[in-house]
Design a protein around this ligand. Structure first.
Ligand SMILES: Cc1ncc(COP(=O)(O)O)c(C=O)c1O
Length: 389
């Protein structure tokens, strides 16, 4: 069997061996409860948590006491949206978001609407970008929160965060960003970008699954949130539950490594995604890029091959793991809401494939995978499973 090639780093990343090595002692040796400050076992665990908190804070230019550990970005999104909606109910009931957000945001917004809140879903342009002027115009005296993702998980488009942050600040509205795909991959500065609340997750940057964080600003302005989980009052009362110390240690190390390696890695990833795109374009003709040509995560490439459904192509690739732009619900295949939102019709969404590279990708893998995709598309075209463009 030929080597398996993983090109789905936007879905999740393997744990970096250096991260794992840091985590291991915290399962068996330093196993104390970080909240048990009566003895060394607990204090050692707390020190490790403090250290990780500082690393994560540093990576986004925040203060360590502004980091709340959660189980992942989905939970962080829930605390951000439900927490603001409840805490600021006396100020207003209107939230602004956008149509291409992750389910973690969209499903929370749906719940908020059921609870009587008003949600504005902004459209995006053909590259998947929200227009900052639309944000400005959507603000009403009742707006309490703008929640817009930092980088899209399907097409990689990066939002104009600093511009949106300025608009939020000018209008004294809170700004939350789901930065799950961006944190550790592109520079983020919560001060410079006027971000008040931010969701992140370790498993997108070579840390373990099941651990995430929420940045919550504590001054200018001091953001208040209602918790979603009640209990022992951990994490400043915002997220009760015994801390996942090994996960947190891993997250901290993953953030530290990302800070150190981001610039060099980004250049390598960008050259690979450009190479794949160029090669596919040359060999297959009209390949449509989904996402922004330049304001895009360097490790993401999402393209549609006209006439060829991703669901026909991907199984034929056998040992090459790439993603489709659609999701199977119980009854049928739903085209991606993100690619549909670009305005090119559902056909393009059904044809979308997402290729995402990462730290453990090699030149050879890029070469092999690209050639295999080209070969399979040609085979499928030849046997007329698809109509050529
Ligand atoms: C943009 C975005 N938000 C939220 C999530 C959910 O993150 P987690 O798996 O940590 O709950 C993801 C994961 O795919 C994501 O890409």
């Amino acid at each position: 069997m030929s080597e398996r090639i993983y090109l789905d780093y936007n879905a999740t990343t393997p744990v970096d061996p250096r991260v794992l090595e840091k985590m291991l002692p915290y399962f068996t040796e330093v196993f104390g409860n970080a909240a048990s400050n009566d003895h060394d076992f607990g204090l050692e665990a707390k020190r490790a948590v403090d250290n990780a908190r500082a690393e994560i804070a540093k990576t986004m230019n925040a203060r360590p006491d502004e980091i709340i550990f959660t189980s992942g970005a989905t939970e962080s999104d829930n605390i951000a949206l439900l927490g603001v909606a409840e805490k600021y109910a006396h100020k207003g009931n209107h939230i602004i978001t956008c149509v291409t957000e992750h389910k973690g945001i969209l499903d929370c917004c749906q719940r908020l609407e059921e609870m009587g809140k008003q949600v504005t879903y902004l459209p995006v342009d053909e590259f998947g970008r929200v227009n900052p002027d639309d944000v400005r115009q959507a603000i009403t005296p009742h707006t309490i929160l703008i929640s817009l993702m930092a980088a899209n998980n399907e097409i990689g488009t990066i939002a104009p965060l600093a511009e949106i942050g300025t608009i939020a600040a000018e209008n004294k509205t809170l700004f939350h960003t789901d930065a799950t795909q961006a944190f550790g991959h592109i520079p983020l500065d919560v001060q410079a970008m006027n971000i008040h609340i931010m969701s992140i997750s370790a498993h997108k940057l070579y840390g373990p699954k099941g651990i995430g964080a929420l940045y919550r600003r504590r001054s200018s302005p001091r953001v208040q949130l209602s918790p979603v989980i009640y209990g022992g009052g951990h994490e400043r009362g915002l997220r009760s539950g015994t801390l996942n110390v090994p996960g947190i240690v891993g997250f901290g190390e993953a953030a530290r490594l990302a800070r150190r390696e981001m610039t060099v890695e980004s250049a390598r990833f960008h050259s690979w995604t450009e190479q794949i795109h160029g090669r596919l374009q040359m060999a297959l003709g009209n390949v449509q890029l989904n996402g922004h040509p330049t304001e895009r995560l360097p490790h993401n490439l999402n393209v549609s091959i006209p006439g060829l459904k991703a669901r026909a192509l991907i199984p034929q690739l056998k040992n090459i793991a790439i993603a489709t732009g659609s999701a199977c619900t119980s009854a049928k295949v739903e085209p991606s809401h993100v690619i549909e939102a670009l305005g090119f019709g559902s056909e393009r969404a059904h044809n979308a494939i997402r290729i995402s590279v990462g730290r453990f990708t090699t030149d050879d893998q890029i070469e092999t995978a690209t050639e295999r995709i080209i070969e399979v598309v040609r085979e499928l075209r030849a046997i007329n499973i698809i109509t050529a463009p």
